[in-house]
Structures are given as C-alpha cells and as structure tokens.
Design a protein around this ligand. Structure first.
Ligand code: ADP
Length: 244
C-alpha cells in the first residue's frame, strides 16, 4: 500500500462534506472515483495533497504518518512534492509557453537546473507528439492540448501519485479521447493514479478499482465489473441507473 487515509473529516460552513473517508491507494493502481456532482470528490482530492486542509484524519504515505488536522510544514511540503494534480481547467500558466509550463515545476519545485528542465520538458512534448507546439502559449492551444500539457507537467515531476480532478470535463467531446489515451498510457506504465471522472468507459476499462463516493463517504469500492455489474448498495444502483 502506498497511501492510506483514515477517518478524513472536512466541513465547509458547518456542512460536513467529507464525513469520515477511509481510503487505501495501492502502488501502481488506477483508482477511479465516481459519484454525484457536489458530493465532495474534488474536495477529497484537494485534501490528499493539502490544497485544502482537513479538519481531522490520519494519512499514512510511504513511511510517514501525518495527523491531517495539524500537519507540520515539512509534512505538507513532502506530500506536495510526492503528489501532483491535474485540474479540470488545466491551470497552465497563461504567460508561459508549453515547454516552460512543463519545466517550471522541475526548476522551482525540484531544484533542477533550467537547461536540464527544458530538455526534459522538450522530451515530454516529443513523446506526446506536441514538440512543434513547444513555444505556443496556452491560448494558442486547444483544450485537449492544454490538458495533455497539464498531464505532462504533473508527470515530469515523477510523483508517487497523480491526482486527476475531472480532467476531461471542460473539453469538447471530440478532444476527450486524446486526453484519456495519455492517461491510459500512463496507467500502463505503472503510474499510481487517482482519477475523479464521469467517463464511465475509462472507469470500466482502465481502473484497477472503482470507488463510488456519495454523502461524504466512499459507499462502495471494488473491481470495475463488481461495481458496474453487481453493485451492492441501493445508492450505487440508483447512481448507475441514472447514467444508463
Ligand atoms: P464534487 O467534486 O463531488 O462535485 P466538491 O468537492 O466540488 O464536489 O464540492 C462538495 C461540496 O462542498 C459542495 O457543496 C461545494 O459547494 C462545497 N465546497 C467545495 N469547496 C468549497 C469551498 N472552498 N468553500 C465552501 N464550500 C465548498
């Protein structure tokens, strides 16, 4: 097991959004989280890498044990360094080129010298077939290209876990496939991934496990076929039936 959270609690303005989440993430797995909008899936991801701070809970990550209610600065930095996030709206730096966006985290987060960082960024763009776009700014790229660069920016840092927050939901339908293909390739290369998505094809075909999240908790978790074909809970059945 790579990362575990126990009894994660988070309120916003008295509203209990995460109500005692228990979650284990195994090395090399693709854990897909599905569930209704507004149920707290994004909040869960953001609490895993301290973009938001939990009220309470425990995290075991590699050999560290962290009190999520009062993590030390070093622990927060350590977790951020070993995780990376891919955002719904890409969150690329608007005033930086594709290559600079990818190199940035290596230089400022990991202390890599600029020349090496740019070489790595260029190589990442070559691997994606986007090398000819390396000097383009985000506004000169399609949403799909921006998100593929967002994924390259996250993975070039070699994080233990990549957290994907609805990575394709802002994209035009015809661009979704290009991004999912990059994610599938990453999965095949053994990258540990946690993916919040409404793309049920991806959940069914690429996930190692699928978690159904609702009402502040993981309601059910298992192999894709178990969750999709033999859901145990009424709440899961309702959600899946509404999609059909
Ligand atoms: P999901 O990802 O499942 O759609 P979210 O995690 O985005 O759900 O949101 C869960 C709930 O928490 C929603 O009711 C949302 O309005 C609320 N929420 C999320 N972030 C904040 C915030 N920063 N401040 C106040 N409420 C928030």
């Amino acid at each position: 097991m790579l990362l575990e959270v126990k009894d994660l609690q988070k309120q916003f303005n008295g509203h209990q959004v995460l109500d005692g989440v228990d979650l284990q993430i195994h090395q090399g797995e693709v854990l897909v989280i599905i569930g209704p909008s507004g149920s707290g899936k994004t909040t869960l991801l953001r609490n895993l890498n301290f973009l938001e701070h939990a009220d309470s809970g425990t995290m075991h990550f590699a050999d560290q044990t962290i009190d999520l209610g009062k993590p030390s600065k070093q622990q927060v930095q350590w977790v951020r360094r070993h995780t990376a996030m891919v955002f719904q709206n890409y969150n690329l730096f608007k005033n930086k080129t594709a290559q600079q966006n990818i190199a940035e985290g290596l230089i400022y987060g990991h202390g890599v010298d600029a020349k090496t960082a740019n070489q790595k960024a260029a190589q990442a763009l070559k691997n994606l077939g986007l090398y000819d776009r390396r000097h383009y700014f985000p506004t000169q790229l399609s949403g799909g290209q921006q998100q593929r660069i967002g994924i390259a920016r996250a993975t070039v840092l070699k994080p233990e876990v990549v957290l994907f927050d609805e990575p394709t939901s802002a994209l035009d339908p015809e661009l979704v496939g290009t991004v999912l293909k990059d994610m599938q390739r990453l999965a095949e290369n053994g990258q540990t991934m946690v993916v919040v998505t409404h793309q049920m094809w991806f959940a069914r075909n690429v996930a190692s496990r699928v978690a159904f999240f609702a009402d502040g908790q993981i309601q059910e978790i298992g192999k894709p076929a178990d969750i999709f074909d033999h859901p145990q809970k009424q709440r899961t059945k309702q959600f899946l039936n509404a999609l059909a």
